[in-house]
Design a protein around this ligand. Structure first.
Ligand code: TRP
Ligand code: ZN
Length: 891
């Protein structure tokens, strides 16, 4: 663990003092004492402030240091906690450092560690310093050659780049030599050694070169790699075609491992993946997983250009590679879908995740700009803001300049910065120059935190046939900071006439209309536009396709929302209109429940149900779209729009609403369940997945209404389904309905699936969400029991996240109990995990950060829980930053 916790500021950036031209690494891989010999060729950089060379190191034992072949003398260097400083390197120098590390004891999963007997590395952001002393910063780019020596049973020895040779050492151990032809920062270094098998395939690239693709997995999992391989090939073709960016290596490898802190990692030529983001077949992966795997494989592959060939100057620029790569991954995923409506479903899912998780982050104590100004622990800044809001910022360039303009900008960026470390400003400047635009105001998206609100008013002048649209932007102000400046916010709008048809859009000073969707540029605090030829009663559709990561405030009447939900030609906004309608319905229910205790005569509005039914019966809409639109808002989404969060009330209102829909629309729901039946062997196509999604949604409503036949159908899905999507859906539906057989079915699943890690994690998630039925012991107790299950491993991040994060984030009133037992579980587990894996502990720690928004009884207990953790004196920097910001950051 790092020895000190200091705040690091973006303004303090200084360039490196020395270049590390080449790195040669020799690993003698032994689980408890791996010896690392690192030879660095160093040249001082012109203009450096000092001849001192500072190397980072953490948890390393130094065996020897040599300078230009001679043992280093003690007056040539100084040791500090976490640093080794050579006093003066004023000319080209070779330094050899031999260190010993203990991969077996490395439970942080950062640096070199063991997973099921295999050696794995994870170096982003600052893991390389846990392998050897090095200037562990992304703006030091070097050529790497690597030699691996390993025990006999390590059949597979991998590192970045090209395999130079491999074979047996005189003592019977195995060795391999690798060379990476490209410059890279240390965070992209990787090695893998152990027992793996590969699914491999040779492909021809656009320029006719051959490349070898390999997906390495544990023996026995090789039958689950086909989807990953297909996804990789699609990603390679897509980047060639879309942006002219080719695979630059002869060999591209993916390795799957069960013990991994995050989803996956883009190490040059050797991507390492959490197995849940690679392995798939109909028995271990759901429709969602298939899509997710394709996206993640795409994401890591696209990093090869946006991240690896062009990397980040410093970690404040993280969104330069992450926001851009998430955007590229989203575009790739969209392009794999055949229909407009399927693309909209994907967009809706992304935007809903942004609203449910990034918006609260941006409104809470961890709020930070897309390019943060400071951090204590960089691992805490792999956030929804840097990734997902960052992707929306990149999307806005495309919204402003069009696909062609965006492509020109991206290519210009690569042309300028290939082989180097760049900044967010560099990206903005390339976009601006390629499109002859002034983006100085747009730059505020990188420096101002908080979700902007755009409130919109319309005025229709019936005599003049004019519609005036007034927009006002309201930005979050932070205590003690200057007032934020108005931002450039692209507003994609359309106007519907009284029949629901799009009106051609013509501003008063224009001679002819220009299309039916237009992007207005809001640049001032307040601005207005007047459209002419608006002859019939207009309705404004604003933020089409979610044209900016903002909250659109517009006072629609219920009738207007219904009208938009039925008629908007923009399918995205149609769904959003219905979502608003649902949120109003939930809100109305919550208000009624607050005042009258007896809920038997409460019901959502009739007009809501009619609209629901109309959308459900609209055959022009794909089943996938209907399923996405008609599902109720999540508890998190309702919480996000509540001023004071009352988990119990949210739960009851949503449950009641679900029940009423099930009761009032029974025959229609049953009809669509039948119509969406899929027969034959499982295939994950968007069409079939859409049918399954709609069918399962119908089933959920029916089960919620207490329909006995439906409960039986759900049970049959779980028992007899020929694919995991059906099985899990049956199980989840029953578990979430609180039906007494739920617990029994879950126990069956736990027993049947505890030997298969992917399935065990699935069942842990459902276990954490299951609603108790009468007489059940409290869910918190159930959680503690599961942690004693012999299949549950607290050292494994997937197990921890599946069980605990699911519970802390989505457990609702089962977690937020008035007796405080939920928070006590949070305290106990966060503190226990922090002792060995601070990254994971910090991620769990964030579950309480928005405590201020909860109803007072809960809020004060949450505050106490945070204070208790904060009072411990052995916290990691990671967890300390999270709890202290939650407690003390002014909001
Ligand atoms: N760069 C990785 C990605 O977005 C994510 C990542 C960062 C990561 N740090 C990590 C993955 C630590 C695993 C562990 O693709
Ligand atoms: Zn990434």
């Amino acid at each position: 663990m790092a020895a000190n916790s200091t705040v690091i500021y973006r303004k303090d950036y200084t360039p490196p003092s020395h270049n590390i031209d080449s790195v040669n690494l020799v690993f003698d891989l032994i689980p408890t004492k791996t010896r690392v010999t690192s030879t660095l060729k160093i040249t001082p950089r012109p203009g450096r402030r000092s001849d001192a060379l500072e190397l980072n190191g953490e948890n390393l034992r130094i065996d020897s240091i040599r300078i230009n072949g001679e043992p280093a003398l003690s007056d040539q260097y100084d040791m500090f906690p976490g640093r080794l400083v050579f006093r003066s390197i004023a000319k080209p120098t070779e330094i050899e450092i031999v260190t010993t590390i203990n991969p077996q004891e490395n439970l942080q999963l950062s640096g070199l560690y063991m997973s099921k007997g295999n050696f794995i590395t994870q170096c982003e952001a600052e893991g390389f310093r846990r392998i050897t002393y090095f200037p562990d910063r992304p703006d030091v780019l070097s050529k790497y050659s690597v030699e691996l020596h390993a025990p006999k049973d390590c059949k597979v020895l991998l590192s970045n780049g090209n395999l130079i040779e491999e074979g047996e050492l005189p003592d019977g151990r195995r060795y391999a030599k690798w060379e990476d032809p490209f410059l890279k920062p240390s965070y992209l270094f990787a090695l893998v050694a152990g027992d793996f098998v590969a699914n491999e395939e040779s492909i021809t690239l656009a320029d006719k070169r051959q490349a070898l693709l390999q997906v390495w997995v544990e023996p026995g999992n090789d039958n689950k790699t086909a989807h990953a391989m297909e996804s990789l090939k699609k990603a390679i073709k897509w980047d060639e075609k879309k942006y002219g960016l080719e695979l630059d290596l002869d060999r591209f490898m993916i390795v799957a491992t069960d013990d991994f802190n995050m989803g996956a990692m883009e190490n040059k030529g050797l991507n390492i993946f959490n197995s849940r983001c690679v392995l798939a077949d109909e028995n271990v992966a759901t429709d969602t997983d298939f899509t997710q795997i394709q996206a993640t494989i795409g994401h890591e592959y696209f990093h090869n250009w946006t991240g690896d060939r062009v990397t980040c100057r410093d970690w404040f620029q993280l969104s330069l590679k992450e926001g851009l790569t998430v955007f590229r991954e989203q575009e790739f995923s969209g392009d794999q879908l055949a229909t407009e409506s399927a693309k909209v479903v994907q967009r809706l899912k992304n935007v809903r995740a942004l609203k449910a998780f990034q918006f609260p982050e941006d409104a809470g104590p961890m709020a930070h700009p897309v390019r943060p100004e400071s951090y204590t622990e960089i691992n805490n800044f792999y956030t929804m803001t840097v990734y997902e809001k960052g992707a929306e910022v990149v999307r806005m360039y495309q919204t402003l300049f069009g696909e062609e303009g965006f492509k020109k900008g991206l290519q210009e960026y690569i042309r300028r910065h290939d082989g180097s470390a760049a900044t967010c400003d560099d990206f903005l400047n390339a976009m601006a120059d390629a499109n002859n635009a002034d983006l100085s105001q747009f730059a505020l998206w990188y420096s101002q935190a908080g979700t902007p609100r755009v409130s919109i008013k319309t005025e229709w002048n019936e005599q003049r046939n004019e519609l005036t649209v007034r927009a006002r932007q309201v930005l979050r102000t932070f205590p003690g900071q200057p007032k934020p400046k108005p931002m450039l916010i692209p507003l994609a709008i359309g106007i519907l006439d009284d029949k629901g048809k799009d009106v051609p859009l013509q501003l008063v000073d224009e001679t002819e209309p220009q299309g039916t969707t237009r992007v207005l540029r809001l640049t001032q605090e307040e601005q207005s536009w007047t459209f002419t030829n608006i002859i019939r009663q207009p309705t404004l559709s604003v933020g089409r396709g979610f044209s900016a990561p903002v909250i659109f405030d517009i006072d629609y009447s219920r009738d207007q929302l219904i009208f938009l939900a039925k008629n908007d030609s923009d399918l995205f906004n149609r769904a959003i209109a219905f979502e608003k309608l649902s949120l109003i319905a939930v809100d109305t229910l919550m208000n009624e429940m607050r005042t009258q205790k007896n809920d038997s005569n409460l019901s959502p509005m009739t007009s809501y149900l009619t609209t629901f039914q109309e959308i459900l019966e609209d055959d022009s809409l794909s089943p996938a779209y209907r399923a996405e639109v008609l599902k109720l808002p999540s508890e998190t989404a309702v919480a996000e729009q509540s001023i004071i969060v009352e988990p119990e009330l949210i739960r009851s209102a949503l449950a009641l609403m679900q029940k009423k829909i099930g009761q009032r629309l029974t025959s229609t729901l049953e009809k669509w369940m039948k119509l969406c039946e899929t027969i034959g062997p499982y295939k994950c196509t968007p069409e079939l997945a859409g049918k399954r999604a709609l069918r399962h949604l119908m089933l959920e409503y029916l089960v919620a209404s207490g329909n006995v036949k439906a409960v039986q159908q759900a049970r049959t899905l779980f028992d007899k389904g020929n694919n995991l999507t059906d099985k899990l859906s049956g199980l989840r539906t029953i578990a979430l309905s609180g039906t007494p057989i739920g617990r029994e079915l879950i126990q069956t699943a736990v027993r049947a699936w505890s030997n298969e890690p992917l399935l065990f994690n699935k069942v842990l998630q459902i276990y954490a969400l299951a609603r108790p039925s009468k007489g059940d012991i409290p869910t918190v107790e159930k959680m503690r029991q599961m942690m004693f299950n012999q299949a549950f491993d607290i050292k494994n991040p997937n197990n921890v996240f599946s069980l605990l994060r699911t519970f802390f984030q989505n457990g609702g009133p089962e977690f937020h109990t008035l007796d405080g037992t939920g928070y006590q579980l949070w305290i106990d587990t966060v503190l226990e995990i922090d002792k060995f894996n601070p990254q994971v502990a910090a991620r769990l720690g964030r579950a309480l950060e928005n405590w201020r928004r909860y109803e007072p009884n809960l809020a004060s207990m949450m505050y106490k829980a945070l204070s208790y953790v904060s009072a411990q004196n052995n916290l990691s920097n990671d967890l300390r930053e999270i709890v202290d910001k939650a407690l003390y950051e002014p909001v």
